[in-house]
Design a protein around this ligand. Structure first.
Ligand SMILES: NC(=O)c1ccc[n+]([C@@H]2O[C@H](COP(=O)([O-])OP(=O)(O)OC[C@H]3O[C@@H](n4cnc5c(N)ncnc54)[C@H](O)[C@@H]3O)[C@@H](O)[C@H]2O)c1
Length: 342
C-alpha cells in the first residue's frame, strides 16, 4: 500500500483495497454513504463497491461523459441529498472518473457550505489528477469548468485494478496526464512509460504522479502562480475539447495542447527541439493517433480562456524536461504560427 499525505488528507494507493469501512471510519462513524457515480462504473462495479462496505449506500447515477458535468446535474445531486435528508456527518463519495470527481466535489463543497467528501477515482485521469488538488467544477455553455470551487476531500482511495476495464481510449487519456507530469518534473515517469506499456497499473507510478502534483498544489493551492505549470497542454487542450463538443476527450486534447505548447516554446527559441521529439516519439510508443483539428476551429474558445487577455494569451511551455516556463503569446503571432503549420 502506497500513501501520500496532501495537506489535511491521505491518499491511499494499491492494486486493490478490500475494506473501505476501515478508511471511512477514520472520517466518521456515520452509517450513510451517498455515492455519485456514472452508469458505466455502476454497472461494472456496484457489487464490488458494496462488498467493501457495510454502510447503507444511496446511489446517484449520471450518464457517462463530460456532457453530464453541468449545472442541471449539480442541482439534481443537491435535490437528491436534500430529499434523502442528508445530514452534516454523512459522507458523499465520488466513485468514477474525472467527470464524477469534479461534479461531486462541487456538490459537496456547496451543500451546507461543505460536507464530508471522499474520492474513489476509477479512471486513470481520476487517479493521477482530478481527485487530487481540490479543484471542483462543472461546464457551462460548452465551456470547460466555468463554474467551480476549491474543496478538498477528506480521503482518496485509489485502486489500480479498476483501470483494467478502462477502454483503450480512456487509458490513452490518462496517459496524457501522466506524460504531462513526467515532462513537467519527473523524468522517471517518462522512462517508465517508455519501457512498459501498462506501467500505469503500478501503484508506485501513480504515486509519483500524485507526489508531483502535490508539490505544486501545496505551494499554490488557489492556482495563482506556481500551479499554472500544471496547465501544460491545458490552455489549447480545453479549447480543442470544447470546440469538438467534447468528442475529443480531455486527455487527447491535453496531449494535442502539449504539442502546441512545445511548438510555441520552440518558436520563442525556449524549448529544446529534442524535448518535442521525445514527446512525439513517446506518443508513437503508446499508439496515440492525433485527432485532426485546425486552429480556426478552436480559436474562439482560446479567446474565452481564463488566461487570455486582450492582446493574447498566457501559457505554460517547457525549456526542457522538468523546466517549465510561462510565456505570453499575442493573437497575431499565434495566427502566424497556425498558418505556417496548416
Ligand atoms: N479537478 C481537476 O483537477 C481535474 C484534473 C483533470 C481532469 N479533470 C476533469 O476530469 C474529466 C476527465 O476525466 P475522465 O476522463 O476520467 O472522465 P470521465 O469521468 O468522463 O471518464 C471517462 C470514461 O471512462 C469511464 N470509466 C471510468 N472508470 C472506468 C472503469 N474503471 N472501467 C471502465 N470505464 C470507466 C467513464 O464511464 C467514462 O465513460 C474532465 O471533466 C476534466 O475537466 C479535472
Amino acid at each position: 500500500m502506497e500513501k501520500v499525505k496532501i495537506s489535511q488528507y491521505n491518499v491511499y494507493i494499491d492494486e486493490v483495497i478490500q475494506d473501505y469501512d476501515f478508511y471511512f471510519d477514520s472520517i466518521n462513524q456515520s452509517n450513510r454513504l451517498f455515492v455519485i457515480t456514472d452508469e458505466t462504473v455502476f454497472n461494472l462495479y456496484q457489487s464490488t463497491f458494496l462488498s467493501k462496505t457495510k454502510r447503507e449506500v444511496f446511489w446517484f447515477i449520471l450518464e457517462p461523459g463530460d456532457k453530464s458535468k453541468n449545472v442541471d446535474n449539480l442541482l439534481k445531486i443537491s435535490r437528491f441529498l436534500f430529499d434523502k435528508d442528508f445530514k452534516r456527518n454523512d459522507i458523499i463519495t465520488s466513485f468514477g472518473g474525472g467527470m464524477v470527481n469534479d461534479i461531486t466535489g462541487m456538490a459537496a463543497s456547496l451543500y451546507y457550505r461543505g460536507v464530508n467528501l471522499i474520492h474513489i477515482p476509477t479512471s486513470l485521469i481520476g487517479q493521477v489528477d482530478s481527485s487530487i488538488g481540490g479543484k471542483t467544477g462543472v461546464n457551462f455553455d460548452y465551456c470547460k469548468n466555468v463554474l467551480g470551487t476549491f474543496y478538498d476531500p477528506r480521503l482518496v482511495l485509489i485502486e489500480t485494478n479498476y483501470l483494467k476495464t478502462l477502454p483503450k481510449r480512456e487509458i490513452t487519456n490518462g496517459l496524457g496526464e501522466l506524460i504531462k507530469a513526467g515532462f513537467i518534473g519527473d523524468e522517471k515517469i517518462i522512462k517508465t512509460i517508455e519501457k512498459t506499456k501498462d506501467a500505469y497499473l503500478n501503484p508506485k507510478l501513480i504515486k509519483r504522479a500524485i507526489e508531483l502534483k502535490k508539490n505544486f498544489v501545496e505551494s499554490d493551492y488557489y492556482d495563482r502562480g506556481a500551479r499554472h505549470v500544471l496547465n501544460l497542454g491545458h490552455t489549447f487542450g480545453h479549447a480543442i475539447e470544447s470546440a469538438s463538443n467534447f468528442n475529443i476527450s480531455h486527455g487527447e486534447a491535453v496531449i494535442m495542447g502539449m504539442i502546441k505548447a512545445l511548438e510555441i516554446g520552440e518558436s520563442f527559441g525556449l524549448t529544446k527541439p529534442s524535448t518535442l521529439k521525445r514527446l512525439k516519439d513517446l506518443l508513437v510508443e503508446i499508439d496515440f493517433e492525433l485527432p485532426n483539428v485546425e486552429y480556426k476551429d478552436y480559436q474562439n474558445f482560446l479567446q474565452k480562456d481564463k488566461k487570455s487577455f486582450e492582446e493574447g494569451i498566457k501559457l505554460t511551455v517547457l525549456e526542457d524536461i522538468g523546466e517549465p516556463a510561462i510565456v505570453e503569446i499575442s493573437w497575431e503571432k499565434l495566427n502566424e504560427l497556425a498558418h505556417k503549420k496548416e
